[in-house]
Design a protein around this ligand. Structure first.
Ligand code: F0G
Length: 369
């Protein structure tokens, strides 16, 4: 049976009596470590669409059905909001006055929005020059205190871990266990929508928190009898930042997908355990393959995600011959394409006619009419 998301226990009755989405903590409260005294800080995150992508399904072939979980439609434009509503609510409950994170951009935007909404200071440490413009703009406008470090994400994370252990600032990177608790709700939504778990879940992997969170969600729903299987977890990393594929820390990670430009994932062991218990696999894809999938999603499916997110689709296309015939596949699109306008403009293959005279004749000529 196919259930629609609106049938999930999740959809609460708003006080007006209308069916308004209450945010994921209210929607999945029985599955989350919150109590009546937890102050819920929410921007009504979650309940993102699962969208069929027929062009990609056709490219995979053999009757495989493909959906994308478009988590770029969360309030700050990425899946991080799922983890942040939990982490910030729990930080508030514990009386925190300030939070801190290292970030390739999305965590910083999300931490800033939720922390400020909760009346806390947000300190975010980013790799100088390697954060997409939209993400930096968000962190600044939401009111984070942004520190650009002369180093990469892995170095920023080391500093942040020391800061959080020595000073009164709460860590909101995914090493904070509440982050994964919130993020696991994406797996719940996938099962609520499909009526079962997919055969494969394709997901970009950077610091490896999200793959671990999805697995937690699928396992929890499986134990509750909400699905009768768990998916193979297929993790994809950019070739220049693929420690989980090679088994070795990358000291100078490089990729156009700056969100996953990470060489020493914090949840390394967790992710390996997920891969093993789910009989999944880690595979790397090149920047060229990422950009190809990024353009394909936008130009053929009407879905604009950021480059790191397109890694899940690039990965699926790369290993398509390994997908069982007739399988159901969900690719996670972690962030919104608007986050990174520079990459979009630089790597669009489409025509952009500039300097046209403002006359009908000139326009008709360019249109070839
Ligand atoms: N996709 C996007 C758009 C991301 O921003 C990230 C991580 C990932 C995928 C990978 O998820 O780390 O849980 O394996 N971004 C972090 C950040 C590192 O700081 O925003 P992961």
């Amino acid at each position: 049976m196919i259930l629609s998301a609106t049938n999930s226990p999740a959809f609460g009755e708003a006080s007006s009596g209308s069916r308004a989405w209450p945010g994921l903590i209210e929607a999945y409260r029985p599955y989350l470590p919150v109590t009546d005294s937890t102050p819920v800080i929410t921007l009504r995150e979650g309940n993102t669409p699962l969208i069929p992508v027929p062009t990609i399904a056709e490219a995979v072939g053999r009757g495989v059905q493909v959906w994308v979980k478009y988590d770029g439609l969360n309030p700050t434009g990425s899946f991080k909001d799922r983890g942040m509503t939990m982490a910030i609510s729990k930080a508030k409950e514990a009386g925190a006055k300030a939070v801190i994170c290292a970030s390739t951009g999305n965590t910083s935007a999300s931490a800033a929005a939720y922390a400020r909404r909760g009346g806390m200071r947000a300190f975010v440490l980013i790799p100088d020059g390697y954060v997409a413009l939209g993400k930096l703009a968000q962190a600044l406008l939401y009111g984070a205190e942004v520190l650009a470090l002369k180093g990469n994400f892995d170095q920023a994370l080391e500093v942040v871990l020391e800061m959080a252990s020595s000073y009164p600032v709460t860590l909101v990177n995914s090493l904070n266990p509440y982050r994964l608790e919130g993020q696991k709700t994406a797996a719940f939504e996938v099962v609520d929508h499909l009526g079962n778990a997919p055969d494969w879940l394709c997901i970009p992997v950077g610091n490896a928190g999200n793959i671990s969170a999805y697995w937690m969600g699928f396992c929890q729903y499986y134990e509750q009898g909400k699905c009768d299987r768990t998916p193979c977890m297929m993790g994809f990393q950019a070739e220049g930042a693929s420690p989980l594929v090679t088994g070795k820390r990358v000291h100078h990670p490089e990729t156009i997908a700056t969100a996953i430009r990470i060489g020493n994932p914090a949840s390394w062991e967790k992710a390996v355990a997920v891969q093993q218990s789910s009989q999944g696999k880690f595979t790397s894809i090149t920047d060229a393959e990422i950009l190809e999938a990024y353009r394909l999603l936008a130009s053929q499916e009407g879905i604009f995600c950021e480059p790191a997110s397109a890694a899940s689709v690039a990965g699926l296309l790369k290993v398509k011959d390994q997908v069982p015939a007739g399988a159901t596949v969900v690719c996670v699109l972690t962030g919104n394409g608007l986050k990174d306008p520079d990459t979009a403009i630089k790597h669009s293959n489409n025509q952009f006619y500039q300097g046209i005279e403002p006359t009908t004749a000139a326009v008709a000529e360019v249109m070839g009419l």
